[in-house]
Design a protein around this ligand. Structure first.
Ligand code: PLP
Length: 394
């Protein structure tokens, strides 16, 4: 085993850094599930999650990872044989569509090249062609963590409205929430899917749905089998109904602490920080790309995510070796190319609990590894990141 001193720099796009405060909040004995303070604490999380989603509608908390919230979104509003429209954004739109299929839904996949945001015109075209309204939901991934492409939710809402189509809008914002604006009510979203371990600074293990009135009504008629995921079972007067059984006590203490931190920093400031740090990463990558061996996966600058950056590596060079060198030599963990990009890309995660020195450390380490691994790159990426953060960009 290699001995590594100092801290691990965790730049995988989930899980992300957990603040010491959040870790400490979990260092306690279990509590009586009927303890009044505990129940009040747990219930307070629902209201504060509504603020994060910018909604007055219901929020549900599951002891699950993101896949659980995906499944919850589908089984609550759909029935066997229903058609769902899934615009391709990368490996996550694909995985969600595979789950939909496995649940007995018909998937209409809007193919794309993984390098651009969802084209709202293509979505509108498919919806217009569906004059019988067989499509019951559009499944959109806000930021696809494999490709690091971020799509516009208002643009897809408008596509639905312009087509006069009644399908629900389901949005996976697992890798976008709290890194870019997200306005559930204002943008007319029907179901939002999120998880604890990306922008929200908690351990993996909690998953969330925010649900519109329209989606709640659909859930009354939907016939896919469901029990644990069923929103309707979570409205009971008894406390345990909110969690369909034992509450995930320690996860909820972590959630409470993380929500306090979100409140203290402020959502707008958090989003501005992500914009600033992502800007620094992009400035560095821009410089590295000058020698032609590396390139941004997302071609349009305004579609690049604030949470993760996917960098393509020319096939003459070894993306896996680069990532492994970063890990073994510098204790910096990067994301691997995922899905179709396996072995052809690496990803720098920059979401959650991060500040400037952490980002500069990661950027400088990647730049050093590019040199160590003999991957041709423009030098001065770190300097460009410094310039970006100090507002002295040329
Ligand atoms: C991480 C992620 C998921 C899956 O979440 P798990 O917690 O790994 O189940 C789904 N969608 C997106 C966009 C993600 O980033």
């Amino acid at each position: 085993m290699t001995i590594q001193s100092g801290r691990n720099f965790l730049h995988t796009p989930g899980p992300t850094n957990i603040p010491d405060r959040v870790l400490r909040a979990m260092m306690r004995p279990a509590v009586d599930l009927n303890d009044a303070d505990f129940m009040a604490m747990a219930l307070s999380c629902f209201g504060d999650l509504q603020k994060v989603f910018e909604t007055e509608s219901n929020v549900y908390i599951y002891a699950a990872n993101g896949h659980g919230a995906w499944e919850a979104a589908l089984v609550n509003v759909l029935s066997a044989g229903d058609c769902v429209l899934v615009p391709e954004t990368g490996h996550f739109s694909f995985n969600w569509s595979v789950m939909a299929e496995s649940l007995g839904l018909e998937v209409d996949y809007v193919e794309a090249d993984w390098r651009r945001a969802i084209d709202p015109d293509l979505v509108a075209e498919r919806l217009r062609a569906d004059s019988e309204h067989r499509i019951k939901a559009v499944l959109m991934v806000h930021t696809d963590t494999a490709t690091s492409v971020t799509s516009s939710i208002p643009a897809i809402r408008k596509a639905l409205d312009d087509a006069g189509h009644p399908a629900l809008l389901l949005v996976d914002t697992i890798a976008a929430l709290a890194t870019v604006p997200f306005k559930f009510d204002e943008w007319g979203i029907d179901v939002a899917v999120a998880a604890s371990q990306k922008g929200l600074m908690q351990p993996p293990g909690l998953a969330f749905n925010a649900v519109s009135q329209k989606a709640l009504q659909m859930s009354e008629k939907a016939t896919l089998p469901r029990n644990y995921w069923d929103w309707r079972r979570r409205h009971g007067r008894e406390f345990y109904s909110h969690f369909c059984g034992t509450a995930p006590v320690h996860q909820l203490f972590a959630l409470r602490e993380a929500l306090d931190m979100v409140h203290e920093e402020g959502l707008d400031a958090i989003i501005a920080r992500h914009q600033r740090l992502a800007g620094a990463v992009r400035s560095a990558v821009e410089v590295w790309c000058k020698e032609g061996a590396l390139s941004f996966n997302v071609t349009a600058a305004e579609e690049r995510a604030n949470s993760v950056t996917t960098i393509l590596v020319d096939e003459a060079y070894d993306a896996t070796a680069l990532r492994e060198t970063c890990s073994s030599r510098f204790n910096v963990s990067l994301g691997a190319g995922y899905g179709r990009l396996q072995g052809r890309a690496f990803r720098i995660g920059h979401m959650g609990y991060l500040n400037e020195p952490m980002i500069l450390g990661a950027i400088a380490s990647v730049e050093t590894c590019l040199a160590l691994c003999g991957v041709p790159h423009g030098t001065g990426g770190t300097q460009a990141a410094i310039a970006s953060l100090s507002g002295s960009e040329s």
